[in-house]
Design a protein around this ligand. Structure first.
Ligand code: F6R
Length: 243
């Protein structure tokens, strides 16, 4: 594990974007595993700037997004497909046919999870998987539980996640209760995992991820076993780490 300590969100974002840019420069047909949420937005902004400056070419890249809410269509402005277009895809030269994200409109959960696993396996996993972390230690939407779930799965979101995400919706009742998420096996298959975390409210989850027991009660703790895991976090998110 490598920990990159940064002063603030902007520095964290620049460091994450630099790793992604280096990945694309070294391997133009990289498979990029991507996340939504507030943590990666700054990194996406930097990638867009560098693309617009002519420094990056995404035309041969493919993407594998972590998750999607069940029941939301891609044109729903709360869907993760919409988020990705708004915050990254519409601003770079990535090809629409190379974008992969679970299909939240597919009511057949088992069928959709199996389809997405076939996509992940066909790529042999992502070259670089970008992650955020939930306050409860979730990665993707793999919520704390009694087992690490290997494959893509349909999850019931916990109250902690619903509370954290309700800021994006008009009312709490509007937050979908279920999501499709890449499983822990799909995440661990990535050649490199980069987790970005910022702010005090992530400090406990970050400390447990780095030095707590490896347990499905803190899904991110399994990253201790990944051979190329990079944590990029600001001072507040690192504040509960043992000195
Ligand atoms: C998003 C995702 C989630 C978020 C996590 C942190 O695709 O899979 O695990 O990364 O909930 O969200 P933010 O960054 O909004 O604090």
């Amino acid at each position: 594990m490598r920990i990159i300590a940064t002063k603030n969100y902007d520095e964290m974002s620049r460091a994450a974007a630099s790793l992604i840019a280096a990945q694309v420069l070294q391997k133009p047909d990289s498979v990029l595993g991507l996340a939504t949420g507030s943590s990666p937005i700054g990194a996406y902004k930097k990638l867009i700037q560098w693309y617009q400056a002519g420094a990056l070419d995404f035309s041969a890249c493919s993407t594998l997004n972590l998750d999607e809410y069940v029941g939301l269509t891609p044109d729903n402005d709360q869907s993760y497909a919409y988020f990705m277009r708004q915050n990254l895809f519409d601003h770079i030269n990535i090809k629409p046919e190379n974008l992969n994200i679970p299909d939240g409109t597919n009511p057949d959960a088992a069928g959709e999870c199996a389809r997405y696993d076939r996509v992940i396996e066909a790529f042999g996993g992502a070259d670089l998987q970008l992650l955020g972390i939930g306050r409860n230690g979730h990665i993707g939407f793999n919520e704390p539980g009694s087992v690490f779930v290997r494959g893509t799965n349909c999850v019931q979101l916990t109250q902690s996640t619903i509370d954290a995400n309700k800021r994006f919706f008009a009312r709490e009742e509007d937050v979908p209760r279920k999501a499709y998420t890449m499983g822990i096996g799909g995440i661990m298959m990535a050649r490199r995992v980069v987790l970005v975390a910022c702010g005090e409210d992530k400090a406990e989850a970050v400390a447990k991820t780095v030095s707590g027991p490896i347990t499905p009660e803190v899904p991110a703790s399994i990253l201790q076993l990944h051979r190329d895991f990079v944590l990029i976090a600001d001072e507040a998110a690192l504040s509960q780490l043992e000195k």
